[in-house]
Design a binder for this molecule. Structure first.
Ligand code: ZN
Length: 318
């Protein structure tokens, strides 16, 4: 996998490649953008490009020894730093090795790379320790912080780092990526891309998690008015949020149809006839009311309210 396999991030990639060509690789970068848009892949490929020994114009070559070692996570000078437990914060223990070894010479690389995943979850203690480390100039190490929300990074770290923005992709770009690179059929790809918020990574995750099957089940329950038969108790909070995305997209489609919008803009493009029929029967105020209820159910889930209760209240509106 090289830069050409990363879709929709041409400006981020060309910025990094020009800093490499001009010998201006920074000591620390913040890669900022939504989840699943290619930040980690870009970071890995940048580490390869900087260390590539291949005799090619477009680096990384993906064939030389450093490229291969980095691709298979076997390079002693390239490490991914992350929280020791999934879903928890990046703490001081997680970055201790970085702090210890950053000023040491690389084993075999031109530049060592430390890629901190979910760096916006760093604890205060970890952030302060990292800041101290970044204050000491080290010529042969590069730190890349991968973040979704740059506002959670200390301003003093931000001012010492080069920020690279990663933008969400368009629906058609995500769809084409699913079709061409993953052999997903056109309709499925269109549906997955509609729900992806411009993130190819999310679309692929949804594909593997049978998202479309879940969508079918939930929409069936809304259309046939059997919402209370769905077993929400067993679902995790993340799953429940996924369900809310599906419910919200449905009412948004009906609302758009009612307002005279075109079917091409529907999330659930495969159900356009039912959406049109529902729109004819629906009342604007009631639709607005339901959409508001779905939105407040998201906040219920965030504030640790009883999810079962939150969904029961929503069920009455639906
Ligand atoms: Zn190479």
């Amino acid at each position: 996998m090289s830069f050409k396999d990363i879709k929709g991030q041409d400006s981020a990639i060309s910025f990094l490649l020009s800093s490499l060509a001009n010998n201006k690789v920074a000591q620390s970068y913040i890669f900022a953008g939504s989840g699943g848009v290619g930040k980690m892949l870009t970071a890995m490929n940048f580490a390869k490009a900087v260390n590539c020994q291949g005799d090619v114009k477009d680096k990384p070559c993906d064939a030389c020894i450093p490229c291969k070692k980095i691709s298979s996570s076997n390079h002693p000078d390239v490490s991914v730093v992350k929280a020791h437990k999934e879903g928890s914060s990046v703490g001081i223990d997680d970055i201790r090795e970085l702090i210890r070894s950053i000023s040491l010479k690389p084993y075999e690389a031109r530049k060592k790379f430390y890629i901190i995943d979910d760096a916006d979850s760093m604890t205060q203690e970890a952030s302060n320790a990292l800041l101290k480390t970044l204050e000491e100039p080290v010529s042969d190490s590069v730190v890349i912080m991968i973040v979704q929300n740059i506002n959670f990074i200390l301003p003093t770290i931000r001012s010492r780092s080069q920020t690279v923005k990663f933008l969400p992709l368009g629906i058609d770009e995500v769809k084409d990526f699913l079709v061409k690179a993953h052999g997903v059929d056109e309709l499925q790809a269109r549906l997955l891309s509609s729900f992806s918020s411009g993130s190819p990574g999310k679309a692929l995750k949804d594909k593997d998690a049978d998202f479309l099957e879940k969508r079918q089940r939930i929409l069936g329950a809304i259309i046939n008015k059997t919402f209370f038969d769905l077993e929400f108790e067993k679902a995790s909070r993340t799953e429940l949020k996924n369900y809310l995305d599906i419910i919200l997209a449905w009412y948004r489609d009906v609302f758009v149809a009612k307002a005279g919008g075109v079917a091409e803009s529907f999330f659930n493009i495969d159900k356009k006839d039912i959406i049109m029929t529902e729109a004819k029967k629906a009342d604007f105020n009631k639709l607005e009311d339901t959409i508001r209820q779905v939105l407040s159910t998201y906040s219920f889930l965030d504030t640790n309210a009883n999810p079962k209760l939150a969904f029961a209240v929503l069920g009455f509106k639906i």
